[in-house]
Design a protein around this ligand. Sequence first.
Ligand SMILES: [Zn+2]
Ligand SMILES: [Zn+2]
Length: 86
Amino acid sequence: MSLQQANTVGDVYRCDVCGAEVSVIKGSQGSLAPRCCNLPMQLRPTRQGIYFCAICGAELMVLSEGPGELAPRCCNEPMVRRKQAA
Ligand SMILES: [Zn+2]
Ligand SMILES: [Zn+2]
């Protein structure tokens, strides 16, 4: 078990058995290992999008994207989509 498996905000884990999904809302350096139905949940390849306000620091997590053009605003400014770490 490596301790380098930092978990990152927006990471999504899914239970292959029942379809439950969880998402990291606060990252850390711990070795996160969520379980469901007595099995480890699987890390999904897609990460949820995060928007942040450069002025006040508010953050939004995209739960489900539609076909429209998502453009959240805060403090009268457009929020910035966080770059996904490689
Ligand atoms: Zn489950
Ligand atoms: Zn703001």
